[in-house]
Design a protein around this ligand. Sequence first.
Ligand SMILES: N[C@@H](CCC(=O)N[C@@H](CS)C(=O)NCC(=O)O)C(=O)O
Length: 217
Amino acid sequence: MTPTITAFERSPDRGQGLARDMRVRWALEEVGQPYDVRLLSFREMKEPAHLALHPFGQIPTYEEGELALFETGAIVFHIAERHPGLLPSDADARARALTWMFAALNTVEPPIVELEQAPYAEGDKPWFEERQRMLEDRVRVRLDQLSSRLGDSNWLDNAFSAGDLLMVTVLRRLDGSGIVEDYPNLSAYVARGEARPAYKRAFAAQLAVFTGRLATG
Ligand SMILES: N[C@@H](CCC(=O)N[C@@H](CS)C(=O)NCC(=O)O)C(=O)O
């Protein structure tokens, strides 16, 4: 059965891979599962039909027959559980990959999202610049730690996994800030993720929502 995901009809980043349907598209591409996409306006995201699928009125969602899921971590885990390629078969390695999935979403993403949203939410406050510096320091603490752990490895725990998929998409949220560039091994890690054919297909498909064109090759 072909799953259907939801995505922005008009994304704030105009399809640069930052909207979170990118994670789900990438996971589906990694495992070779075709999917359909239903595009939603901001108004439609807050209407009862979508709230029945996603209680917080957000994207992405994932529908497969009777099953309806929200939260990218849960959706990527579901895909990874049902197809080979995103989670190791060894039980301990699988548990470690799951740990990295949670670390990406629970430990690394929150300070990044706070930094990203501060200019919109608090940009007009007299204390904004001081707070912005504090938020950036918090992000740097996490990136220092992640960079130390990654070291010279290609991926977080040997082979590429759903943990890397989520971590790369989380780090990409810092695009344009120049922060990841201060960590050469993290920059190279993100670039390795972006170089994967499945990532490129997912990126092209998301961008095509805005350009109307799917890149070939
Ligand atoms: N924790 C959620 C976050 C979902 C989320 O923030 N989605 C954004 C798009 S990337 C959204 O729908 N924003 C519009 C809104 O919250 O109204 C997940 O990982 O799925």
